[in-house]
Design a protein around this ligand. Structure first.
Ligand SMILES: [Fe+2]
Length: 131
């Protein structure tokens, strides 16, 4: 499931839409790696993708929360909780517990990343523009 941007995904706030497009790009890197059966050792790539996602998500959530604060959105408290939960989740993924046969576990991480990006962009953020 390659992530392809469609206009209907737009929430009408340009800065946030642009950031969602970038999240799709990170998601597509995860997807490419997920389906790449020739790559024997995915460990380093998964670490890199996860690191990109961690940094970018923190930045992105800040943008969203600042925007919601500005328009006095009643979505801010619930979004803040969800954002914090997700940040905790992706920062808690522990690579040290992986053994030699890591691909299955790495694929689970990639799948999780992909699903979250889709859910976040397509469902959770639809309400951001509401006051
Ligand atoms: Fe978002």
């Amino acid at each position: 499931m390659m992530l392809t941007w469609k206009e209907e995904y737009s929430i009408g706030i340009e800065i946030i839409d642009e950031q969602h497009k970038h999240l799709f790009e990170i998601g597509n890197q995860a997807y490419e790696l997920l389906k790449n059966e020739l790559r024997v050792d995915k460990y380093d790539d998964v670490v890199q993708i996860l690191e990109d996602l961690r940094q970018y998500t923190k930045f992105h959530f800040q943008t969203e929360e600042t925007y919601m604060l500005k328009i006095n959105s009643d979505q801010l408290p619930i979004q803040k909780i969800e954002h914090a939960e997700f940040i905790k989740k992706i920062f808690n993924i522990d690579f040290r517990s992986l053994d030699a046969n890591t691909n299955k576990h790495l694929n689970e991480i990639l799948f999780f990343i992909l699903n979250w990006i889709l859910d976040h962009v397509l469902h959770k953020d639809k309400l951001i523009a509401q006051r």
